[in-house]
Design a protein around this ligand. Structure first.
Ligand SMILES: [Zn+2]
Length: 381
């Protein structure tokens, strides 16, 4: 009997493995497939562009609103450029047409609160020269641009552009900003980090944030890691090493351009290098100030970081190093209360410091109160 059952079972197995689909499927038109492929590609680059422009805008707001309390400052042109070579010649046609991507550099993002925007520079403008120096086109376009903008000494700049073939000249004052520019990557992983030089934001985390206020919390947090020098020399070397090992793309986007880099490998490696709990707490604390000073609503900060912690146990959520999301929730709430009471009492909106914390060439900060995270926790206990 057992034999019979076994052989029946085996035969059934054989029969199952011989079965092939018999349904008559509709014929697939290869032209339609190609059309669909292109449509999806366009959609993907359009999302990437939208999130890049949004993140660029928020980063500008945070970096410019906090320049008075940043350890490192820079002057910002207020717009980003790219060309078809930087995004990849084959891919360029799938990017939004408003970017006007070609061999000549064009404006791909303008920060809404920048002097560039106020003076009238628009997305799609072809940038011809900066301070009367002609910009290169083609493969070396972004490199040449980078060299020229790092040479800018004066805060006053003259930009010559072409819009629909018509030459226009814009002269304006560069905005002073915190010197930690945005590097936006196409990665879908939900992550963000700081390497002491730049603020890295993935498309994944930008899309995960429900509005600008939430994304501002992330950018503020990363600015705090950068501005408060949370990266030890050893770690910095490791990270820089891995960046140099990558393609030029990253340097291009780091220097204010716009390309098509994906760095998931690097992001997960760096993501694994978690900060100490104390640094994370300080980044949360100071980050809330930075976001608030830029005009963002921080009242839902605790909800956001809790949602992030539940969803994504990576470095940004801090779950691996400290599972105490409850403590984090309470600390964030206390900080929001502290900030609100300062606004109410007309006190300076600057993070409290433990010791006399004096910023270089700035005398006003010496009046800051003592900053001690323990006090925040004590209050709630
Ligand atoms: Zn962090």
């Amino acid at each position: 009997m057992i034999k019979k059952i076994l052989s029946f079972f085996l035969i059934s197995l054989l029969l199952v493995s011989c079965v092939a689909p018999t349904a008559r499927l509709p014929d697939i038109n290869s032209a339609q497939v190609k059309e669909q492929e292109e449509r999806q590609k366009k959609l993907s680059y359009s999302n990437f562009t939208r999130e890049f422009q949004r993140t660029d805008n928020i980063t500008f707001n945070i970096n410019s609103s906090n320049q008075d309390i940043c350890e490192k400052t820079d002057f910002d042109l207020g717009f980003k450029v790219s060309n078809s070579f930087a995004v990849g010649e084959k891919e360029a046609p799938f990017y939004p047409t408003e970017l006007n991507l070609g061999s000549q550099l064009s404006v791909v993002s303008v920060s809404k609160n920048s002097n560039a925007f106020k003076t009238g520079i628009l997305i799609g403008d072809k940038v011809n020269s900066i301070n009367n120096e002609l910009l290169e086109t083609g493969k070396n376009g972004l490199n040449d641009y980078q060299k020229k903008i790092t040479k800018l000494k004066d805060q006053l700049v003259k930009i010559e552009i072409y819009r629909n073939g018509v030459k226009k000249i814009f002269e304006y004052t560069l905005n002073k900003v915190c010197g930690f520019p945005l590097v936006f990557t196409r990665d879908q992983i939900i992550n963000a980090f700081a390497d002491g030089k730049n603020t890295y934001i993935t498309q994944g985390i930008a899309e995960y944030s429900r509005d600008d206020n939430e994304l501002a919390l992330v950018i503020g947090h990363e600015l705090a890691h950068n501005n408060r020098k949370h990266i030890e020399a050893k770690t910095t070397n490791a990270i820089l090493g891995s960046i140099v090992g990558l393609t030029l793309d990253l340097l291009i986007i780091a220097s204010g351009g716009y390309s098509n880099g994906e760095y998931t490998d690097m992001l997960s490696k760096i993501g694994a290098q978690a900060y100490s709990v104390e640094f994370e707490q300080e980044a949360d604390y100071a980050g809330l100030y930075y976001a608030k000073r830029a005009g963002y609503d921080i009242s839902e900060a605790n909800e956001f970081w809790t949602r992030m912690g539940a969803k994504n146990p990576s470095s940004i959520a801090h779950n691996s190093t400290h599972p105490a999301t409850a403590a984090r929730f309470v600390a964030l709430q206390s900080t929001v209360t502290e900030i609100n009471s300062k606004i109410k009492n007309g006190e300076p909106l600057i993070p409290n410091e433990k010791k006399e914390y004096k910023k270089k060439d700035d005398t006003t900060t010496s009046q800051k109160k003592k900053f001690d995270l323990k006090d925040i926790f004590k209050k709630k206990q």
